[in-house]
Ligand binder design. Structure first.
Ligand code: ZN
Length: 140
C-alpha cells in the first residue's frame, strides 16, 4: 500500500466510523459553522475542565472531507489543553498551505492531498475553524 492509498483508507475509515459523532449533554462550548461553498455544516460541542478538553463531540453533515476532518480533529484534541488544541488547529491549517507541522498531526496528515484543491481546503478546515471560534472565546 502506498502513502496515497493509506491516506485514502484513513479518510474512508473516518467517514464510515466517525469518532466522537455525538452531542454532549452539557457542553461548556457549542459552536455551529457552515461552509457555504460546499454546504458542509458542523456543530462542535466541547467539555472543558481545568483548561483541558475532557470531552468533545460533533454533529453535522457534509462532504467526506469535512466529516473525516471533524472526526480526526475531535480524536486528536481529546485530553489536550485548550492551548494545545488551538495550536493543533493552527498547525493543521498551515500544513494545508504547505507549511510542515512541528507537531504530529496524526490521522489529520491523511488530508494532505486536499492542499492541492483550494476549494476543498475550506471543507478540511471547517471543524478547525469551529474549534478556534469556541476556544478563542474561552481564552479571551
Ligand atoms: Zn465540503
Amino acid at each position: 500500500m502506498n502513502l496515497d492509498e493509506l491516506y485514502r483508507e484513513t479518510i474512508l475509515d473516518h467517514n464510515q466510523s466517525p469518532r466522537n459523532k455525538k452531542e454532549l449533554e452539557n457542553p461548556t462550548k457549542t459552536v455551529g459553522l457552515l461552509n457555504p461553498t460546499c454546504g458542509d455544516q458542523i456543530r462542535l460541542d466541547l467539555q472543558l475542565e481545568h483548561g483541558k478538553v475532557t470531552d468533545v463531540g460533533f454533529t453535522g453533515h457534509g462532504c467526506s472531507i469535512s466529516m473525516a476532518s471533524a472526526s480526526m480533529l475531535t480524536d486528536a484534541i481529546k485530553g489536550k489543553t485548550v492551548e494545545e488544541a488551538l495550536a493543533l488547529a493552527g498547525h493543521f491549517k498551515a500544513f494545508l498551505t504547505g507549511t510542515p507541522s512541528p507537531v504530529t498531526l496524526g490521522d489529520l496528515e491523511a488530508l494532505q492531498g486536499v492542499s492541492q484543491f483550494p476549494s476543498r481546503v475550506k471543507c478540511a478546515t471547517l471543524a478547525h475553524n469551529a474549534l478556534e471560534k469556541a476556544l478563542n472565546e474561552e481564552t479571551r
